[in-house]
Each structure stands twice: as C-alpha cells, then as structure tokens.
Design a binder for this molecule. Structure first.
Ligand code: SAM
Length: 226
C-alpha cells in the first residue's frame, strides 16, 4: 500500500465499509493485485511506466466512488489509458466488478490519496482529469479539505498538458460556489462549459443519481488547461 506523504493532510473519510460479497472479495484477491499502483513515498512514475507502453491519451479520475463513470469511460475509449484514485476499498471492489464484467483492460487503480499520485507524475503528462461530486465539506471551517483548492490546483496545473480537460461536477451549492470562485481565481485554467445540463459525453455517477433522487440539481463545469 502506498504511503501518503506526511505533508499531505487527510482529505478523505472512511477507507472500509460493509464486508464485501464473495464475488467482490474474490476480485480483490485476483484482479486488484494486477491493477493496483504501488508507490513508495517520493517515488516518481508515469503512465507509460504504469501501462508499460506509449500512452496516447492519459486520463485520471479522482475519487471514483463506485467506479461506474470510470468503467464506462474506459469501455467507451479502449485506446486511452485510465487511472482511478479512490481510498475507499468498497468503491475499488465495485470498480473491479464493472471492469471484470466488461473485460476492460485499460484501467489501473491507485487506492490512496490522489495528491500522492499527482505528485509522482511528470509535468504536462495528463490529457483529462475528472473530479466528480467530490466530498463537499460544507462547513466553513472544513473548507481547506475540499479537493478543489489552491494547493491542488497547483498540482493539477503542473500535470495537465496545455489544452487538457479538467471536468468538475457537484450537486452541493456551497461546493459549486466554492469551485467556481476558486477556478475563477486560477490563471492556469479557462472555463469552457458551465451548466445544469450535463455535457454531451457525460456518464452518470452514483452520487449524481443520489442527488437527482433527493431533488438536488447537479452543476457541471469543464475547464481547459491554458
Ligand atoms: C462523494 S464521493 C463521489 C464518488 C463518485 N465520484 C460519484 O460521483 O459517484 C467522493 C469520493 O472521493 C473520494 N476521495 C476523497 N478525497 C480523496 C482524495 N484525496 N483522493 C482520492 N479520492 C478521494 C472519497 O473516498 C469518495 O469516494
């Protein structure tokens, strides 16, 4: 298991939930070791090293939850290479279930804090990054824990190629307002899409489904790395 750097304060919640069903715990034993990215503290890596081939389109999803979006993106774009970051083991097991059912080969998993992986990747090496329905941390005193913030935008700006896509979505008004304000103040990104309507190539996530069922209206934004 990769060790999160001591300078990286904890952002995410629980790592384990309900005991896994037999099929998923079997996949954690058989498929997970083949897909997991192991990083020692301070180690550098790249998509080419992880996938052991030249990579044309490198995509990252941060906090993939149950992995529906990541699995569907990877299935729809079989020539692209995808890494998903998710510390929550039950979410990882759910992703494996989707990948196994579809026979998807182009996904690797970092079962830890995305900031550790971002710090390990080369400059200007990512084509797309998704941060969808991130934990809202609605209280003002927890604002520092929101994933989209000044420090992580420096990380993202470093690894995204010029012209790369950063897609953000949320159903939480406080987080939406915070993300729009924070992104507006960041000279490295230009807004290219902002709407309550999902972008055309959108794939529904589990949290989005929950938000809609609860009567909340998600907001979708795309940013281009300048
Ligand atoms: C509210 S859930 C949304 C999950 C999924 N994107 C969706 O839309 O269904 C946020 C997820 O982000 C993960 N997360 C939070 N902080 C993270 C971090 N620093 N690195 C990677 N994942 C993180 C959490 O474990 C959680 O599964």
């Amino acid at each position: 298991m990769p060790a999160a750097s001591a300078s990286v304060a904890k952002l995410f919640g629980r790592r384990k939930g309900r005991p896994l069903r037999t099929r998923k715990s079997g996949l954690m034993e058989t498929l997970f070791p083949k897909l997991v990215i192991e990083l020692q503290e301070g180690q550098r890596t790249s998509y080419a090293e992880i996938f052991q081939k030249p990579v044309r389109v490198a995509t990252l999803e941060i906090g993939f939850g149950g992995g529906e979006h990541l699995a569907a993106q990877a299935k729809a774009n079989p020539d692209d290479c995808f890494i998903g970051c998710e510390p929550y083991l039950n979410g990882v097991a759910s992703l494996l279930d989707h990948l196994d059912a579809d026979g998807t080969q182009n996904v690797r998993v970092f079962n830890n804090d995305a900031r550790v992986l971002l710090d390990a990747l080369p400059d200007a090496s990512l084509d797309k990054c998704f941060v969808l329905f991130a934990d809202p941390w609605p209280k003002n005193r927890h604002a520092e824990r929101r994933f989209i913030g000044r420090e992580n935008l420096v990380r993202l700006a470093r690894v995204l190629k010029p012209g790369a896509l950063l897609r953000l979505a949320s159903d939480h008004p406080t987080l939406v307002e915070w993300m729009l304000f924070t992104m507006d103040g960041c000279p490295d990104f230009r807004n290219v899409y902002a709407s309550h309507e999902a972008p055309v190539d959108w794939i529904q996530t589990r949290y989005q489904e929950k938000a809609i069922a609860a009567g909340r209206k998600p907001y979708f934004t795309d940013y281009c790395r300048i």
